[in-house]
Ligand binder design. Sequence first.
Ligand code: IPE
Ligand code: IPE
Ligand code: MG
Length: 239
Amino acid sequence: MKDNNDINNAPIHVAIIMDGNGRWAQAKGKKRQVGHKQGAKTLEKICKQASAYGIQYITVYAFSTENWARPKDEIDNLMNLLRHYLKNSLKNASKDNIKVRVIGDKTGLDNDIINSINRLEEGSKDNTGLQLQIALNYGGRDEIVRTTKKIVADIENNKININDINEDIISKYLDTKDIPDPDLLIRTSGEMRLSNFLLWQLAYSEFYFIDKHWPDFTIEDLKDAINNYSNKERRYGGV
Ligand code: IPE
Ligand code: IPE
Ligand code: MG
C-alpha cells in the first residue's frame, strides 16, 4: 500500500547496505541462502514504495569486492539468485517504471550475468520513476582505482588536462556519475561501518543504523529512517 502522508524534506538519494541476510536465516535455523532470497524480496518491496516517499534514487550494496572471500557455495548461490533477480527485474522495472543501473566492476562477473545486466540497463533506460543503482562486485576503493585509471588514460589521450582535475571531474568519472550523492545511508543489522561502500559519495551523507536484519526491513522502517533524516540539520562544515 502506498502512502506518503507526513513526509517532509525527504532524501533525494538513499544508499542502503542491505546487511544481515545470513544471520536472519541462521536465527531461524535455515541456510544463509534463504536469507539472501528473502532479502531480494525486501528490496523489491522497498523500491515499489520509495517514489511515494519522494525518493528519486536508491543505491543498494548487493555484493562487495570483498564478498569473494566467502565460501564457494554461498557465492554460487548468490550468483544464481542474481541471475534469477535480473531475469525478473526487467518485468518489474517496466511495471514499476524503475530505471536500473549496475555499479561496480562488471568485468569480474560471469558473461551471462553481464549480458543480463546490459539487457536490464538498456531495457529500463527510458523509465522515468525511481532510479535504482545496484552495487555488484563493488568496492569504494576499487572504484577510486578504476576512476584514476580512466582519468589518466584521458590525460594521455589529451581529452582532459591535468589542471582540469577537480572534485566535479572526479565525480564525473565515478560509477555513480550523473546522479547526486546520497543524502542518507541506511545500514541494517547493527553494524556501524561502511565496509568499503561509496567512500567518495558518502562524504556528507546522514547515517542511519537499525538493528533489524535486512529481510525484516519494512516500509515503516524506511519511513522512520526518512523522518529521522528530515529532522537533521545538515551543515556541510558551516555553522
Ligand atoms: C548481506 O547479508 C548480503 C551480502 C553481503 C551478499 P550478509 O550475507 O552479510 O548477512 P550477515 O551479515 O552475514 O548476517
Ligand atoms: C557489506 O556487508 C556488503 C553487502 C551488504 C553486500 P558485509 O556483510 O560484506 O560487510 P562486513 O563483512 O560485515 O564488513
Ligand atoms: Mg554481513
